[in-house]
Design a protein around this ligand. Structure first.
Ligand SMILES: [Zn+2]
Length: 287
């Protein structure tokens, strides 16, 4: 019995040391409701927050939200409209069902898991899996269904038995929306697009960016919306479709999963966040 207590104590200490946000949540993940008022995306995707966020309904035409227990289905109204527009198109074209992963927390901010971005209500993860029966046996929160990987275990070979023309079409539908600024996918998925999308139809490939991970979902990011004067824009995309030399560098990396340690939300002290986010958090904590 005593040994068990010691083991539990060691585990808690380890968890606190390695993943403090994950063990006990953080200030931002403890906020249960959005800040009222008009929508403002504040700061950057990796050090920011959102006021006036709205929540995406758990089900809509052509889409379902996964992992409802995380309550990361909040975002800027423009993000919600964009997801709904893609859902409509997916339904109209009988492509299957979009499985929507994380958006942001009610007021954004860092999450107690491995997201560095998703902080100012402009990011969403959408699974590649389009199978409408995927959630047939899921629990009520859809928390017990893992996102199926579309690559081998190192993220270096695309599984062609899973990747279908519908997956390419969903990326095209998203990338052609003007409010979508960039979309992150596994580099070998970008390679597939570069190989098979006809040369005269691939202007949308510029927005498809290779990145670590992203073998089971793509990450879609909106540009700073008009009116969000404190939203910090990302660097503009480089010119061109991103095929060829810029992609080759990625294709030589022997293991694209997991992504290297590029920081984690617990590394962002509140002191470094935008002043408006500090005020928003203080206001929420004062209630
Ligand atoms: Zn993401």
């Amino acid at each position: 019995m005593k040994m068990n207590h010691i083991r539990v104590g060691i585990l808690i200490a380890l968890c606190l040391f390695l993943f403090p946000g994950f063990c006990f949540g953080n200030d931002w993940s403890n906020i249960k409701t959005p800040a009222p008022g008009p929508a403002f995306a504040i700061g950057s995707v990796s050090s920011g927050c959102i006021a006036g966020a709205v929540s995406l309904p758990s089900d809509g035409p052509g889409y379902k939200i996964m992992h409802l227990e995380r309550r990361r289905f909040f975002g800027h109204p423009k993000l919600l409209k964009t997801i709904e527009a893609i859902g409509f198109a997916v339904e109209r074209e009988s492509l299957g069902t979009l499985h929507v992963g994380d958006l942001a927390q009610p007021c954004g901010g860092p999450t107690p898991s491995n997201h560095l971005s998703h902080q100012n209500g402009l990011d969403v993860d959408i699974w590649f899996a389009l199978d409408p029966d995927l959630t047939a046996k899921a629990d009520a929160d859809r928390s017990d269904i893992p996102a199926p990987s579309f690559t081998n275990g190192t993220g270096t070979v695309l599984n062609h038995s899973l990747w279908k023309s519908g997956n390419t079409r969903v990326l095209e539908l998203a990338a052609r929306l003007p409010e979508v600024e960039r979309i992150f996918v596994n580099p070998h998925i970008k390679k597939e697009l570069c190989q098979f999308v006809p040369k005269n139809e691939r202007n949308w490939l510029r927005k498809i960016r290779p990145w670590w991970g992203h073998n089971d979902h793509f990450h879609m990011r909106l540009a700073c919306p008009p009116g969000s004067s404190e939203c910090r824009p990302q660097n503009p995309l480089p010119p061109g479709d991103g095929c060829g030399a810029p992609l080759d560098w990625w294709l030589h990396i022997p293991n694209l999963l997991p992504k290297p340690n590029i920081g984690s939300p617990r590394d962002i002290p509140i002191a470094r966040m935008p002043e408006s986010c500090k005020k928003l958090l203080a206001g929420k904590q004062a209630r």
